[in-house]
Design a protein around this ligand. Structure first.
Ligand code: ATP
Ligand code: MG
Length: 568
């Protein structure tokens, strides 16, 4: 592409709401332009990056025998009613009626559509397994679209779905797709980690997320310092503590604790480790139809993990409870403890199972119980509801957990038969018996990847594209457009590189050299060939955007040198 003909509207102005580097640089360098909240136009450079990513995905999918399809973006609401997701997805689903009053939904993901495509077409175990995918615009009316392409309302996803005759075969495919996804992210030049995830509303027997490591990531992941274990904090597990602090010794009793309301004050008052105190968190759990107050009990040193709490209760959301409501139940803020179980549901963290020597609220102003033994609550409902802490012990080895930030660019699920059973998509097994398909589903955020690459690869001057993702690999910079010699060397190299299928831009604009260099930095071409004054000595320069190195090269060597870098 000749830069003089290109539509690459770079600017000094960053969008006023942009805080992330990817948002700022993709907008400033003329990749994207915002239309409305969470809606973006892709300009030519972004379109090229997206195609590069798609190309890598398509190649790796081909290798694992997954086939590309493209399903309608507009999806009939009946399918969403059949699966029951029309309510679960709530306001993220954009619904509308056509001129005949038929209700439709803009596809936020395509499980129902894909099951509908396959049902009655694949009818025998002999036709399985099958893996179909598409790369397609999705629409989710996100509550808080933000960070540019990172969380849009309209975005591009690669969504894949596999169909199997058995759970074992689905497990095998899940591993195959995981390997393919690793190759895709490795080829794109990303530093990432695959972590155990919460399966959330989609359900199923297990899921993993692909996290691109970046400080700006919205997700916190817990990683072990000595084995491969990594998990989203929403799902992270731990072993129970090995070296326990000294336990307080007291007979069960009620104790006056004037004005001792917080865990810190309580630990200080009794001179015990917060490990031996009990924290009671009251939340209103919102369900599809109604809601209720639930009391969550944890060790004082732990905090409630809200996603785990939702999984434990089957709720859709957790909200705080007004003090007045607590009092009407008999709970005194600062001194809350277990109630009669018919007054409110109690959920107790697994780590408190069988615990003794505890201190907890007495539901009376200025009083706590000491010497509490959890076995008195034998009937209680124990679940893993605590968030792991940094320094906790890995569930698989004796290593320690630490936290890091990640951007979720992919999520793969062992789905099972949830959708095939709901939509009655069945095949005949070896014994001629009808069975619902066992399914896996595999999402990858294509437009989010564009942002994730820049979050991981940028500096204060702009984008630094990796080789497989760069919109153009080489930028040929003619310093002085009026210099005939510079022009002819630049033009000749441009022709040569194009003939070799290298994605190349020729910066033939009549602008100052400094301005053009800044522009090249902002856009982030991996290599810029600078044809300037040194040409008098038969020398040109190759500038490497990632390392910042400039190397002088003989003008007759330049094609070979560039090809070597591009192909390596
Ligand atoms: P998140 O927790 O970030 O909202 P999700 O769990 O809703 O993601 P999935 O339903 O698993 O996401 O979708 C698969 C992939 O699609 C995600 O891993 C992510 O890369 C991408 N994705 C999801 N929502 C968005 C969005 N609003 N904008 C851009 N990409 C998205
Ligand atoms: Mg989401």
């Amino acid at each position: 592409m000749r830069r003089s003909r290109a539509f690459i509207p770079t600017t000094k102005e960053a969008p006023s709401d942009a805080s992330l580097a990817s948002h700022i640089f993709l907008a400033r360098a003329g990749f994207i332009s915002q239309v409305s909240s969470g809606l973006y136009n892709y300009m030519p450079l972004a379109k090229r990056v997206i195609k590069k990513i798609e190309n890598v995905i398509n190649q790796e999918m081909e290798r694992i025998h997954a086939q590309e399809v493209e399903l309608s973006f507009v999806t009939p609401a009946e399918l969403w009613q059949e699966s029951g997701r029309i309510e679960k997805f709530g306001k993220e689903l954009l619904r509308f009626r056509d001129r005949k009053e038929n209700l439709f939904v803009l596809g936020p993901t395509h499980e129902e559509m894909m099951v509908d495509l396959v049902r009655n077409r694949i009818t025998s175990y002999k036709q399985l397994p099958l893996n179909l995918y598409q790369i397609k615009t999705k629409f989710r009316d996100e509550a808080r679209p933000r960070f540019g392409l990172m969380r849009g309302r309209e975005f591009i996803m690669k969504d894949g779905y596999s169909f199997h005759a058995s759970a074992q075969d689905m497990d095998r495919e899940f591993d195959t797709v995981e390997e393919a996804y690793k190759k895709i992210l490795t080829r794109l030049g990303l530093d990432f980690r695959i972590v155990e995830a919460d399966s959330g509303a989609i359900g199923g027997s297990g899921s993993k997320e692909l996290m691109v490591l970046a400080n700006s990531g919205e997700d916190t992941i817990a990683v072990c310092d000595s084995c491969e274990y990594g998990a989203n904090i929403e799902a992270a597990k731990r072993s129970s503590r090995a070296n326990l602090p000294d336990a307080p010794t007291a007979e069960f009793d009620k104790f006056k604790t004037p004005d001792v309301k917080s865990i810190e004050d309580l630990a200080e008052f009794f001179k015990v480790d917060p490990y031996y105190t009990v924290k009671c968190v009251a939340k209103r759990v919102i369900y599809e139809e109604d809601s209720e107050i639930v009391l969550f009990f944890l060790r004082g040193c732990d905090t409630l993990q809200e996603v785990k709490a939702l999984n434990a209760t089957g709720g859709l959301d957790l909200v705080d409870v007004e003090e007045e409501e607590l009092r009407s139940l008999g709970l005194i803020p600062g001194f809350m403890g277990p109630l009669d179980q018919d007054k409110a549901k109690h959920v107790i963290d697994n780590d408190l199972k069988g615990a003794k020597n505890l201190i907890c609220g007495a539901n009376e102003l200025d009083y706590h119980f000491v010497g509490v033994d959890m076995s008195v609550m034998a009937e209680a409902y124990y679940m893993d509801i605590a968030q792991v802490n940094e320094g906790d012990i890995c569930p698989y080895c004796s290593g320690k957990l630490s936290f890091t930030k990640g951007i979720e660019v992919g999520h793969i699920f062992k789905l099972g038969t949830t959708y095939s059973a709901a939509l009655k998509a069945e095949f005949l097994d070896e014994n001629g018996k009808a069975q619902p398909f066992v399914m896996g589903t595999y999402g990858m955020g294509v437009s989010r990847l564009v942002a994730a690459i820049i979050e991981q690869h940028h500096d204060e001057n702009g984008c630094i594209w990796t080789k497989e993702s760069a919109p153009y690999l080489v930028n040929i910079m003619i310093s002085n457009i009026k210099d005939e010699e510079q022009n002819s060397v630049g033009e000749a190299l441009y022709e040569q590189l194009m003939a070799s299928d290298v994605d190349v831009v020729l910066d033939d604009r009549k602008e100052r050299f400094g301005f053009k260099m800044k522009d090249a930095e902002l856009i982030g071409f991996p290599y810029t060939v600078i044809i300037g004054k040194e040409l008098e000595n038969n020398q040109v320069q190759i500038y490497d955007r990632a390392t910042g190195e400039k190397s002088a090269v003989d003008k007759d060597e330049i094609y070979a040198q560039i090809m070597e870098r591009v192909r390596s």
